[in-house]
Write a protein that binds this ligand. Sequence first.
Ligand code: PHB
Length: 355
Amino acid sequence: MTSSLFSPFSIKKIQFKNRMGVAPMTRMSGAGDSIPRKDVLEFLVTRARNGAGLVYTEAIVTDYESAQGYPGQARILNQVQVDTWKGITDRIRKHGAVSICQVFHCGRMAYEGINPANRTIAPSPVAPSQDNPMTGKPYPVPEEMSRFDMDHVINGFVETAKGAMAAGFDGLEIHCAHGYLLNQFLSSYSNKRRDEYGGAMENRFRFIREVIDAVRPVVPDDRLLVVRISNWGIADMEVSLFENREEWLEMVRLFSQTPIDAISVSTYDYSEKAFGTDQTMAAITREATDLPLMICGKIYDRKSADQALDHADLVLSGKSMLLNPDWVTDLEASRELKVYSSEEAGIAYTETPLP
Ligand code: PHB
């Protein structure tokens, strides 16, 4: 089989020069102005210059009320923030790469004091089981979202999407993965609602559809609207957030019926078999949608990258992109490469300059 890793790909009018992207990575480097540190922004440009076909931002926080989950996260809601990011997207484009802004509401993953209004909201008043590593304490029990809360959250996504479009991003990704707010609606592990937003998957999907329908008019047809999904969350990591393959497929089908342009599937290991089947997460997802797919999870060398493309169109890497500035050329040369550990990737949260 010939490798498609270095072949171009397009989604609508957006062209990718190859199939390798920088995964969204939040590095918590922002100060009071909610703008990431200069070197953190520069990292994105460097990876575009060094051959990445796609560059994702970190998770950009939507509203000021309850969306933030970690210190130092970024926003694109005011002119200074927009202008800063515009400088970055211009330079990413100059290096021939596509830029996508990931937008995020953390829901029940918030904690005391992290949001100005000091509220934690979620589909249901159920906290994650584990303690919050940021505080060493249990997560607060969230308040069940009211209709007013839901409208406010939707508005946060819309306003942030406007900021991202003004900042020149080629696309916007709505974070529906990793146990954050929208994933909390999708999974019965965190959604215990008895109204039309809980119960059957179709109901749990309802709020996500409202977010997508509100955001799509802000993201013009010549730019991309992507969603990210996963079967795992940052808290209670071992929990399978969807019950079985059928439930996952139903969710993917529902996403396919919305006006999105691609789906990004996040895994720990792209090659792992999912839901007790002999299929990978990407292979299962592919069955339920014709939309372009991105995949991440332990893709670190030429072999794994080629294999990951069997059931996806683009591969994303976090750790290798973070720690190896020459990852793309190393893949091109089929160099022997290592899997980086989470400990090594911890450099992402320090002021130590990246390689
Ligand atoms: C994630 O998607 O896992 C994520 C998002 C935002 C953060 C940290 C992690 O600040």
